[in-house]
Design a protein around this ligand. Structure first.
Ligand SMILES: Nc1ncnc2c1ncn2[C@@H]1O[C@H](COP(=O)(O)OP(=O)(O)OP(=O)(O)O)[C@@H](O)[C@H]1O
Length: 269
């Protein structure tokens, strides 16, 4: 018996202003799988994530999110079941870390006036603050947070409604090495704490992939170059093709690292 997919995109095309942005992309994500969408700038990663998060419709093809076909359901309602972490979170007020996490329960940017969390929601917010390593910063205010603390706060926020799917758009952007490593450690803890949670993470950097990444899709110019189990897809040859640059890829202690194959392009040419 196979488990019901959390996400299923079939032969998806996205065309914007007459320009093809995604072409014939298919992807199936099952519970407990942790996917990475990798590809160079402009490959279509964020566009694909927008479809998976029920933010936009495909031009052609079908997308099913949590068993609901886009185009047949209320996107707004569907979105509330998906944890979508967008680093460009446009919060204006100086909420505390705990309050930002609580806005995940109402799915709003700001705290809803006169709304008080139920005791189990408050307990869940505290649990998530701890899980993301923010216990000492729970009363710190948004404008004073480091980029890394903001990112982890937003992940905690996205988990408030206990989603079955977590979407992460370049969560390590702008982080220093320590911030990136803390993030990766917490993502791994999350995967162990919620074994059925599925996730899709967008990045350009293989160094940012958590060791728990199970599957990878390589995208290039809006097309799927390869997809499947991480160790099968992430080969030096395929990654070189994806980024159009000769790359040597290694994996140590579960983490991936790339070095440019110096001179390879010259000798190939
Ligand atoms: N509304 C639009 N109209 C026209 N072109 C668009 C539109 N939205 C995105 N694009 C183009 O589609 C391509 C894919 O964009 P997308 O943001 O999905 O790529 P990406 O892989 O996430 O890139 P990056 O790594 O730079 O964030 C880009 O060339 C972008 O300029």
């Amino acid at each position: 018996m196979t488990t019901q997919p959390v996400l299923e995109a079939r032969d998806v095309d996205v065309v914007r202003d007459g320009t093809p942005i995604l072409s014939e992309v298919s992807l199936t994500v099952r519970p407990g799988e942790h996917w990475a969408l990798l590809g160079p700038n402009g490959a279509g990663k964020t566009t694909l994530l927008g479809l998976l998060g029920a933010l936009t419709h495909p031009t052609r093809g079908t997308v099913e999110v949590l068993g609901h076909r886009l185009g047949r359901v209320d996107l707004r309602q569907l979105r509330s079941y998906v944890g979508h972490v967008n680093p460009r979170h446009d919060l204006r007020s100086a909420l505390t870390v705990r309050d930002v996490v609580l806005t995940g329960a109402t799915n709003t940017l700001e705290r809803v006036p006169r709304w008080t969390p139920a005791p189990e929601q408050a307990a869940q917010a505290d649990h998530l603050v701890d899980l993301l390593g923010l216990r000492d910063r729970r009363a710190a205010r948004w404008p004073t947070l480091s980029q890394g603390e903001r990112g982890r706060t937003l992940i905690a926020r996205s988990l408030m409604p206990s989603p079955r799917l977590l979407l992460l758009d370049e969560p390590a952007t702008g982080l220093d090495v320590a911030g990136r490593e803390q993030l990766i450690e917490r993502l791994d803890t999350l995967q162990l704490t919620y074994p059925k949670l599925a996730s899709v993470l967008v990045t350009h950097h293989l160094e940012e992939l958590p060791p728990g990444t199970t599957h990878v899709m390589l995208l290039r110019e809006g097309r799927r170059l390869a997809s499947g189990p991480a160790d099968e897809v992430l080969t030096s040859d395929q990654v070189s093709k994806c980024f159009d640059h000769p790359i040597h890829l290694t994996r140590t202690d579960g983490r991936w690292a790339v070095t440019a194959r110096r001179g390879a392009r010259r000798s190939a040419g």
